[in-house]
Design a protein around this ligand. Structure first.
Ligand code: ADP
Ligand code: ADP
Ligand code: ZN
Length: 214
């Protein structure tokens, strides 16, 4: 199973990717998570990416592409992957095609999670992240049992710096201008499926599995 999840920031891609990855037994590959991991570890990729993440704009395509290639070459990705947050512009769409072509792999489907902007905004502003294990919460829609603490590991939950209002506006603009053209890109290749991202997490998962005929 080689799947791409498309959709605006806050649509629920990461949440769905986690569920689908567990279901199909393939890794959830999130470029945002990979950048944040590199940032915390202080790697060269992390240092390079920091300024872009802070501003809410895209990291350079070559840096991003190399990071993705390395990740999908790891053994756990041999049976497939759920890509979340990549590609994010047309050039990356082409880079991914080439990446798969040289590995004699193909994409099964690109699923766009469709959520109106007002809902996306409320999902983003309430999002909280566990810095230790990566679990995602929402202060209203999926709160932890104990306020501010991760259910899985007990760490203190944080708001992503780029989930604050100023940066969110930039990120939504980047989505409209740079990422949304990928919908036509995958439609032309007969790979695109669109599902509504409204409703509960389970409802959205069921819609995705339905379009995947699973
Ligand atoms: P993305 O990866 O697209 O940026 P996330 O998966 O991180 O989105 O979800 C954004 C926020 O919305 C998180 O706080 C998450 O807990 C919450 N969320 C995800 N799916 C739903 C849903 N179906 N209903 C309500 N909240 C959701
Ligand atoms: P969201 O879940 O809200 O869609 P992500 O966690 O996917 O956000 O991305 C956070 C930031 O990481 C982006 O604003 C961007 O700076 C960087 N980033 C993530 N994926 C990519 C990518 N494919 N290309 C370039 N930059 C990326
Ligand atoms: Zn945790």
């Amino acid at each position: 199973m080689r799947l791409i999840l498309l959709g605006p920031p806050g649509a629920g891609k990461g949440t769905q990717a986690d569920v689908l990855a567990a279901h199909y037994g393939v890794p959830h590959v999130s470029t945002g998570d990979l950048f944040r991991y590199n940032l915390r570890q202080g790697t060269p990729v992390g240092l390079e990416a920091k300024g872009y993440l802070d501003r809410g704009v895209l990291v350079a395509d070559d840096v991003t592409g190399r990071m993705v290639a390395e990740r999908i070459d790891r053994e756990d990705a041999a049976p497939g992957f759920i890509l979340d947050g990549y590609p994010r512009n047309l050039a990356q769409g082409e880079d991914l095609e080439e990446m798969l072509r040289v590995r004699r792999l193909h994409l099964d489907r690109a699923v766009a999670v469709d959520v109106p902007e007002d809902v996306v905004l409320s999902r983003i502003t309430g999002r909280r992240l566990c810095p230790s294990c990566g679990a995602t919460y929402h202060i209203l829609y999926s709160p932890p049992a104990q306020e501010g603490r991760c259910d899985r590991c007990g760490a203190e939950l944080l708001q992503r710096p780029d989930d604050r209002a100023e940066t969110v506006t930039v990120r939504l603009g980047v989505y409209r201008d740079e990422t949304a053209p990928l919908l036509a890109f995958y439609r032309e290749r007969n790979l695109l499926e669109t599902v509504s991202g409204l409703g509960s997490v389970d409802e959205v998962t069921a819609r995705i599995r339905e379009v995947l005929h699973d």
